[in-house]
Design a protein around this ligand. Sequence first.
Ligand code: NI
Length: 388
Amino acid sequence: MPVKNRFAELLPEITAWRRDFHENPELLYDVHRTAGKVAELLREFGCDEVTEGIGQTGVVGVIRGKTDTKGRVVGLRADMDALPIIEQTGLEYASKTPGKMHACGHDGHTAMLLGAAKYLAETRNFDGTAIVIFQPAEEGGAGGEAMIKDGLAERWGINEFYGMHNMPGIPTGQFAIKPGAMMAAADQFEITVTGKGGHAAKPHECIDTTLTAAQIIVAVQSVVSRNIDPLKNAVVSVCVVQTDSTAHNVIPQVVTLKGTARSLAPEVRDQLQEGITRVATNIAAAMGASAEVDYQRGYPVTMNNDEATGWAADVAREIAGEVNLDMQPMMGGEDFSYMLNERPGAYIFVGNGDTAMVHHPAYNFNDDAIPAGSSWYAGMIEARMPAA
Ligand code: NI
């Protein structure tokens, strides 16, 4: 099976939705226009139930198959939010709101799942219940977690979750997936170094916070290189250095460091938290300063279930002819992880072709990926709940 023929027919309509979302990006939970349009379209398609306001602004649609002999319920998820980026694509349908941009392709994910919902509501050629899930706040707001906390899995009796993200660099409409850890746990830390500020010409009367902070930046790199098993994966990046001074001749009283710590296994995550805290506080103590470490755990590891990965790959292979099952995990975070922590399921990449990377101001979702993406969403329902 290549792409489902119906999606070739629906392509202009799905593309129009996508470009409308692209032109009207919304951030985090403030996706009222997008969610409103999603709910309106789902009702127009004849979904059996449409519920708004799950996880603040998430939308859930129910599509019942022709039969329901086994009581199986499969959830498909897309994300709806954009990013605080100034768009530089020059597209005719570029963002109308400066400083907000669909730079991660969530406009495409939403449109592709809407296309699948339209097809599933028309055909209903499956035995069970399909749940289409549109979540807010994937980009740092944990909207997926908010929907789970609102009872998503129990309320609709969902047995399995499937999610998809586009990925530049993978040929358009091709798929990549792997069992196990697919995306990283994404944590953030803030280290506040306090010393004794003063005149830069009298360092002996001060406790130098910038020198201490510099030593900490270097030393925390040893957590990954010296504490973590070299065969396991971790990243520590210090990304912000802030002082309370703007003068070239003042030793600041306080220096703040901010960064991110990423990992693919729970024990590595624990080691990162312990290691960064230990190194920062003890380096500071050695310098006569003090350091306070605020380590905040973010999205957990996106963990693909082995069996579900096989089912997702089978559907992708039918559409694209082949599927890359040997992809490397990525150290980005993804809050579909909260859904995969509740129920088995899988997360797959669909190729966006040779475009700018996601989160870049020149990025654009590739509409040529729509037939493959919509076919995969719909195909998961027909494959997991074959018509009786
Ligand atoms: Ni994204």
